[in-house]
Design a protein. Structure first.
Length: 102
């Protein structure tokens, strides 16, 4: 699969999110210099051919809600739970505490 420069930047940024923390589509977009490209970040992550090495499950909405996941939302919840992140009603509990800002 050939990735665009933008997609490569998104995946490189996402790889920096530490285990046990999450970031937002908006924060990833801001970090790569495209602050208005939150939706494009989500689309790039949906194509992620390197999961789980590039942990796209660690990227969520700015509200703490989970957003989408190519492997299905139940798998996203399982992966986050394995890292100690608690999800209730499809939303991260203690979101501000586990939020990673680049």
């Amino acid at each position: 699969m050939v990735l665009t420069s933008f997609e490569q930047k998104v995946l490189a940024a996402t790889k920096k999110i530490p285990k046990g923390q999450v970031s937002s589509y908006k924060e990833v977009a801001r970090f790569i210099g495209c602050s208005r490209a939150s939706r494009a970040v989500g689309n790039a992550l949906h194509k992620n051919p390197y999961a789980p090495i590039v942990p796209c499950h660690r990227v969520v909405k700015t509200s703490g809600e989970l957003g989408g996941f190519g492997g299905g939302i139940k798998n996203k919840i399982k992966l986050l739970a394995l890292e100690g992140i608690v999800v209730k009603n499809y939303k991260i509990i203690n979101f501000k505490k586990v939020f990673y800002k680049f």
